[in-house]
Design a protein around this ligand. Sequence first.
Ligand SMILES: [Zn+2]
Length: 362
Amino acid sequence: MTDESRSLAERPQGTRRREQTARADTEPAPRPRSPARGHFLATARGTDLTIEAIAGIAGAVNLPMVSRACPVCGSDSQYRVFKEASFDASRWDRFAFASRKTPEYMHYRLLECGRCDVLYANPLPTRESLEAAYREADFDSGEEARYAGDSYAEFLPAILAKLSRRAAALDIGTGDGAFLEHLLGSGFERVVGVEPSRAPVEAARPSVRGLIRQSPFRPSDFERGSFSLITCFQTLEHVYEPLELCRSAFELLHPGGALFLVCHDRRALSARVLGTRSPIFDIEHLQLFSRASLSYALGNAGYDDVGTHAVVNRYPLSYWARLFPLPARAKGAALGALKQSGLGRVPLALAAGNFAAIGYKR
Ligand SMILES: [Zn+2]
């Protein structure tokens, strides 16, 4: 969720220093901004270090990491190392955990599961440090969220036709609630979204802001069997336990309801051609699915009639350019030219490596 102009180096320094001072006045301790900084801040409290200085020092600090088995099938032995870790904690900032940001080409050590085909980060930061990072993640991608929502909404008529009724709908990881508007227009009795980051909720349109619960997704917050449709877009890669999310959604659905997911496809042509220069390789992504691995997860979670479909995304040209793996200077020049000419706002539809997966509860 970000913009080329907001890279750490270019962001206005004064703004963040003021934020830091204001927080120190009102709160006993600064809230961690990212796992790296959170760890360092634990020892930096009470000093007058600026965020910039802390970010620089955090690069040399060991991040607390934990190990795990495959988050889709539970296997802890059938893997190969896909890529060793590549990240520089000093480059982590509040946009590192934002959606649709400029790629940073950083990722954890990635294992490829031989049983279910998922790529998963192992080791990875603790759940608590990631939740803190998301709470504070920044957001400036409202326009792109709307484009994405419009693309995903093209699947709704076919799904709606198969639902047994239209009771409640839930959008997990709803961001600024762009998709809630589509759900509201689809005839559901009740529509709700959950979003862990504060900034996108604050940026939500007034028509949907009241429908968004700002918190991580917690199944216990909702009534079992009460939902007809649960949607979750570009979010399953970010959660600690993706299989648990699919199972929890299954419990929340009534028979005849559906789960509708959109994920990056790690086996898409773009990912295979670009390798780890593909923007899907990112420290925000704790796992990356193929159609096979997500179908495995949905089957494992109890869903029937599971299908996967390519997604055609329609975005402004400047957004596609930002994702493209160019050297920073060339990318800056290209984006500048697109902006100056007005071409950057021209929408372009591409099947760029996302897929939809839909499963039904019988
Ligand atoms: Zn697996």
